[in-house]
Design a binder for this molecule. Structure first.
Ligand code: NAD
Length: 363
């Protein structure tokens, strides 16, 4: 069987890291005899410049016909002020894809690499064994809620507003993924919210607490997001799975990246469901980082977030946990050799880092 990937670099360093991801996939294909077909398309600003929309209908159709979608990153100052007709998902190519494919479960693992301990702001031993999984709800909340806008009030002053909204069933399905993930890991789940000040989170907390009765083996903690941010900064090793809505999941996954030494190290998977063992799920795979306009075009982007993203795709959409392990080991070995991009204190290019990882895979 041929595994079909729709690949889209997007903008800025997105295209640069996607190139490295494709090189890795090609090497897996050759070394392990996996049949993979990659179709490329445009997303985000790159799509807007060519077609006047951030994600074409054709792209959505292609995505639905693929086994997995691999994305670099989208967006940048050039396209920030553009407003498209339609809802929030029409303003961002990735958001449209997530919504159309209903890829609601965003898995964002942040596992510390002991060889990079000196690249973190932590004292030795404080974060060296951190292994966090941020689970972000990807299809709802304030990012998608309507009404929203910037209007002018009676005094001629501007008013900006958004609508943070979750249905019970949206909370149930993401919470279930959280409990199941915790069950596969160390059995601890922390839910973050602002139930002290916002009604959406009152419901969020209530539903998650109700569901905890179905998972007596899981230790559930509920924290206000501000306290959670403080606790996570102080003691990252105290956390396992952190579940949050679209907004907090976005923020906490970047914060968790600190234990890895760079935002460029973090992979992610947005899944339609969490597959059981021997099952696969369709997913949108993308590194957690954005388009990094400050380093775009310099061949300095750390490709490891993308390479580990390919590893997640191998695990969840190909059902090849063995390949995931191969990639992770190759990444660890190349880091141990000191082959690193500038964000990790090195001087290697994206290409050179990927070369090293591929060399270890072949070995
Ligand atoms: P960013 O993640 O692009 O960059 C934040 C910082 O991290 C920058 O200093 C950048 O140089 C660095 N960085 C990020 N990835 C790196 C990598 N692989 N290697 C080395 N350094 C890396 O966040 P931002 O600057 O807030 O956003 C820039 C643009 O990206 C915005 O338009 C934003 O909307 C977009 N964005 C897109 C996504 C996505 O497509 N999933 C996610 C976040 C931000």
């Amino acid at each position: 069987m041929t595994f079909r990937i729709l690949a889209m670099g997007g903008d800025g360093i997105g295209t640069e890291v996607l190139d490295q991801g494709i090189r890795l996939i090609d090497s897996l294909s050759t070394t392990y005899g996996v049949s993979i077909d990659i179709t490329e398309d445009f997303l985000g600003g790159a799509a807007y410049d060519r077609f006047g929309t951030f994600c074409r209908d054709e792209t959505v159709v292609r995505a639905k016909q693929s086994d997995a979608i691999l994305v670099g990153a989208v967006g940048g100052p050039k396209w920030d002020g553009i407003t498209m007709e339609g809802g929030p998902e029409m303003q961002d190519g990735l958001m449209r894809l997530r919504k159309e494919l209903d890829c609601f479960a965003g898995l964002r693992p942040a596992k510390a690499f002991p060889v990079l301990e000196d690249r973190t702001p932590y004292r030795p031993g404080l974060a060296s064994r951190a292994d966090i999984m941020v689970l972000r709800e990807m299809c709802g909340g304030a990012f998608f809620g309507v009404p929203r806008g910037v209007e002018t009030d009676r005094d001629g002053k501007r008013v900006g507003f958004d609508n943070s909204l979750y249905t019970e069933s949206e909370i149930v399905r993401i919470a279930r993924v959280g409990f199941e993930l915790a069950r596969r890991r160390s059995g601890r789940l922390c839910s973050v919210d602002k139930a002290n000040v916002m009604q959406t989170y009152v419901l969020w907390r209530e539903v998650i607490r109700e569901m905890a009765t179905e998972y007596p083996d899981i230790e559930l903690t509920v924290l206000y997001a501000d306290n959670a941010a403080y606790q996570l900064a102080r003691n990252p090793m105290a956390f396992d799975v952190i579940v949050g809505d679209n907004l907090f999941g976005d923020i906490f996954s970047d914060q968790a990246a600190v234990v890895c030494g760079s935002l460029g190290m973090l992979p992610s998977a947005c899944l339609q469901h969490l597959p059981a063992e021997n099952e696969t799920a369709r997913g949108i795979y993308e590194p957690v980082h954005g388009t990094a306009p400050d380093i775009a075009g310099l061949d300095q982007a750390n490709p490891i977030g993308m390479l580990l993203t390919v590893a997640m795709m191998a695990e969840y959409s190909m059902g090849r946990s063995d390949l995931k392990q191969v990639i992770e080991t190759a990444v660890e070995r190349s880091l141990a050799e000191g082959i690193r991009t500038p964000d990790l204190g090195g001087s290697a290019t994206s290409q050179e880092v990927t070369d090293a990882v591929i060399r270890h895979i072949r070995a």
